[in-house]
Design a protein around this ligand. Sequence first.
Ligand SMILES: C[S@@+](CC[C@H](N)C(=O)[O-])C[C@H]1O[C@@H](n2cnc3c(N)ncnc32)[C@H](O)[C@@H]1O
Length: 264
Amino acid sequence: MGPTLDKEKILEENRRVHSLENHLYSARHPEQTNFFQNSLVEKTLDQVCAQLNPEAKVLDLGCGTGYLFLRFLKRGFNVTGLDISNEMIEVINNSISENEEHRAHLIVGDVEKYMDKNQDNFDLIIFSAVLHHLFDYEMVLRKTCKSIKPGTKVLIFFEPLKQEINSTMRYAFHRTLSWLDEKSYRLEMGIRKIPLFENEYHHSDYQRQFGGINPKNVEKILREESFSILKLEKYCARRFGISAWLANRVLQTQNTFNIFAIKT
Ligand SMILES: C[S@@+](CC[C@H](N)C(=O)[O-])C[C@H]1O[C@@H](n2cnc3c(N)ncnc32)[C@H](O)[C@@H]1O
């Protein structure tokens, strides 16, 4: 199978699975909303917003149901969200209050195609949990970095990283905690009758088959495109806040990363 076919299959599956996820998305992804992750998101946004002026224009690529989009909107910014799934965009649309509408812009489309044509001057570009869904994330990231003006910031958030756990003991505890976390999640989803769509996912999380994304590689691309790294954060995301707390505070393992950078 050629690369064009692969890319089209991945786009098509992303469109299809996310149309199923739509209003169920946040219930199915407690790892994004538990108390530990919530406090991490708010802390990150405080740091990012401190670097933006109040009129800043924010672009959220692969905005989903508005995880970061809605937070930036609440903080008073002018926000554009783009997603390949019409159904995910509809969920955001229904979450925007009347007095925020004039600052919210929603587009259905593919990240790569949009960045090819984008002529708008954004002050912050966000990729939250979307790079790992792309066939060639390096190319899309490079293209984005090239197309933007100096002073623009980029926030890469909540991407799965390639794990390195050298101690056998820590690895065993890590696997046990991960197993418990996942078992409890499945039990909760079963009780709440929230479907997991397991037979629907084959290659939409494309980069996961390579173990995730290497933050060193992302850093290299950013530096080569004249970015300076303002913050790199690695941590362990878990379905439940208590598991995330144990993984980060006790085991100190990492499976996720964020990078905040500015084009010089
Ligand atoms: C894991 S969700 C993350 C959503 C949101 N950014 C968040 O952090 O909760 C990934 C999103 O990326 C979108 N997506 C996947 N591939 C895309 C592409 N090529 N162009 C635009 N959006 C895409 C999906 O439809 C989905 O809404």
